[in-house]
Design a protein around this ligand. Structure first.
Ligand code: ADP
Ligand code: MG
Length: 238
């Protein structure tokens, strides 16, 4: 079943077109990774799916529903950002509960979902701390917790690990893989890290200046890159 469908998706800033007729059918439960050099349009594409950026042309469907004109709150997705975007004056618990509170979710449900997510992410001991009192990895877990409590059908990640040191990046990558196996939610994950892409992805999309250079499973791209560009990016022997 298709979870997210992009048909001829386009984006222009003024006269500058940065996304050109992108077609992708993202399967329900799939882990799709977007890779490509800086400025190729990864964040723009993800932000359009999230509803944080207006779509200039094409059709975007989430769960079979046309969402081009819908605000983020009316899309069944949650996004995790590179800079975590936590509220500094709120505790971990308040940060995680905030989105649900805004939606008018009942207090008992909020408590139960926060407790569950805190266990999954091993941040229960920190629930009453503020973001400044946490390490980078703990903050990243809170940012993921905030997305999880919404129980969306899809998660969007924009380079979630790029601010972490190398050891923590490996640890968090394994956490994300475990989380995905456990929740089976559709995931669209942007990274410029080949190892992350190769180990996490069901399929990888290689973007080059706003166009799809190749899309396929990691090993297919590795062994049969469609171009030198893909080979370089995936690290295939050339
Ligand atoms: P990536 O995430 O792959 O590094 P982006 O999606 O951030 O790339 O950017 C794609 C292109 O769109 C770049 O050329 C960037 O300069 C341009 N761009 C992004 N946001 C804006 C904006 N708000 N106004 C004008 N140009 C933008
Ligand atoms: Mg980006």
């Amino acid at each position: 079943m298709t979870a997210i469908s992009l048909r001829e998706i386009r984006k222009s800033y003024g006269s500058l077109q940065v996304i050109h007729d992108i077609d992708i059918e993202i399967e329900s439960g799939e882990f799709l990774v977007l890779v490509g050099p800086s400025g190729c349009g990864k964040s723009t594409l993800l932000r359009m799916i999230a509803g944080l950026e207006e779509i200039s042309g094409g059709r975007l469907e989430i769960g079979g529903k046309l969402v081009n004109a819908l605000p983020p709150s009316q899309r069944d997705i949650a996004m995790v950002f590179q800079d975590y975007a936590l509220y500094p004056h709120m505790t971990v618990l308040e940060n995680m509960a905030f989105g649900l509170k805004m939606r008018g979710t009942n207090q008992a449900v909020i408590q139960q979902r926060v407790a569950q997510a805190a266990d999954v992410l091993r941040i229960r001991p920190f629930l009453n701390r503020r973001p400044a009192q946490l390490s980078g990895g703990q903050r990243q877990r809170v940012a993921m917790g905030r997305a999880i409590v919404r129980e969306p059908s899809a998660f969007l990640f924009d380079e979630p690990l790029s601010n972490l040191d190398a050891a923590l990046r490996v640890e968090m990558r394994l956490e994300i893989a475990k989380l995905h196996n456990r929740m089976k939610a559709t995931t669209v994950y942007v990274t410029h890290d080949q190892v992350e892409a190769m180990t996490l992805a069901d399929r990888i999309v290689v973007l080059n200046t706003g166009r799809i250079e190749q899309i396929g499973p990691p090993l297919e791209l590795y062994h049969r890159p469609a171009s030198l560009f893909v080979a370089r990016f995936i690290g295939s022997p050339t």
